[in-house]
Ligand binder design. Structure first.
Ligand code: HEM
Ligand code: HEM
Length: 328
């Protein structure tokens, strides 16, 4: 149990972060962003009356504060229990630094009255932190480095494909944030067409932004489909099939919710769910990419290596001995 503690703590961080991202999105969607006019206090106190917009804005701040403490504790636990994994400790320190910068950015959005660039950067940094927390959670999981879920070339391809899809999801999410904060969300007020056409007149910058987000969304969906097919056809070991299937279901739901956001006139529920699904998709694809970098099994003397074909490992290789914390 104690060896699993860092993983459990990091998995809790991951869940907490997803909840926080959803809350942040609700803050914007309910127009509560300036409900607390000051920062770090709210109306000069840490215990304001939790009504109206103050409820969402101050709750977001409290949950963010708790995340900083929770993550710092998880990173400290990882350092104590797995002192030989130096890169993991550096990742922990980078995560704490990211959260501090993120909190200052959150404060600046309030003090500077929501400039588009800062609001969009606040989302970008939130997603970067989520990616980091996902990698840390995966590499501390039981069984990490203990078996080839996909062998040789297939694993290298997984790393490239999933890494590429994760980068696309991140770019699409930052573009989504720009769409949101420049108020381009209703620049195409109709679905599935845009201004009544498959390709609208690309003259107004807001239409270009909105239409670009839709196009990239379809590309992200196709890329995720290709990734899922790649993993599922190779009969990879757990948890890869579940992660791939999860990514596919999430991206399909995301495209649907994107269109629902427009048809509902940017109602609070679909736009907030849209942020949560984007974050889940990023986390799932980053986890798949991390498994693409999972170290090879170390083989017993004389063993010929993991026998593979294009569909993955075909023999169970002999272990040389436990290597509980191989490098990523
Ligand atoms: C005390 C620190 C923080 C403050 C004061 C703060 C403040 C805010 C505010 C005012 C908004 C609404 C922005 C807008 O309408 O443009 C917001 C949104 C958001 N926050 Fe925070 N935040 C803090 C920490 C965090 C942390 C640590 C995370 C995640 C790691 C986070 C994630 C988000 C997300 C994802 C959104 C939605 C962004 C969007 O809609 O584009 N926040 N936050
Ligand atoms: C499939 C990949 C997609 C990803 C990862 C993604 C991600 C995001 C993110 C993170 C945001 C900013 C936060 C938010 O407003 O929720 C956003 C905004 C938005 N997205 Fe997407 N999106 C995708 C596809 C689509 C599609 C296909 C549409 C179809 C119309 C769409 C419509 C919108 C709209 C209208 C907004 C602005 C919402 C607002 O103003 O509050 N998205 N997207």
């Amino acid at each position: 149990m104690s060896a699993r503690l860092p993983h459990i703590a990091l998995a809790a961080v991951l869940g907490w972060t997803l909840g926080l991202l959803l809350l942040g999105s609700i803050v914007h969607a309910t127009e509560s962003s300036l409900a607390c006019p000051d920062w770090p206090t709210c109306f000069g106190t840490m215990m304001p009356e939790m009504t109206g917009g103050v409820f969402w804005e101050h709750l977001h701040r409290l949950v963010a504060g708790a995340l900083v403490l929770l993550f710092a504790a998880a990173a400290w636990l990882t350092w104590r229990r797995q002192p030989e994994r130096r890169w993991l400790h550096r990742a922990g320190l980078a995560g704490v630094a990211l959260l501090i910068v993120q909190s200052v950015l959150g404060g600046l959005t309030v003090l500077m009255r929501l400039p588009d660039a800062i609001s969009s950067s606040h989302l970008a940094l939130a997603f970067l932190f989520l990616g980091l927390a996902t990698v840390m959670t995966v590499v501390t999981a039981r069984g990490w480095g203990g078996g080839a879920r996909l062998a040789g070339a297939a694993r290298a391809k997984l790393a490239k494909m999933a890494g590429g899809v994760a980068a696309l999801v991140l770019a699409q999410s930052v573009l989504g944030a720009v769409v949101r904060h420049t108020d381009a969300g209703m620049a195409c007020p109709d679905v599935p067409l845009c201004l009544g056409q498959v390709v609208p007149p690309l003259e107004h910058p807001l239409v270009i932004l909105h239409f670009g987000h839709r196009l990239l969304g379809i590309l992200v969906a196709l890329a995720t489909l290709a990734l899922a097919v790649f993993v599922l056809r190779r009969r990879a070991a757990a948890p890869l099939p579940a992660l791939a299937a999860g990514a596919l279901v999430t991206v399909l739901a995301q495209v649907t919710v994107g269109f629902l956001s427009v048809s509902s006139g940017l109602a609070v529920a679909p736009v907030s769910l849209h942020t949560l699904l984007a974050a889940m998709l990023l986390s799932l694809t980053v986890a798949l990419a991390a498994y693409g970098y999972e170290p090879e099994l170390r083989l017993a003397d004389g063993a010929a290596g993991v026998a593979t074909d294009s569909r993955g490992p075909t023999t169970a290789p002999a272990r040389q001995g436990p290597d509980p914390h191989p490098a990523l």
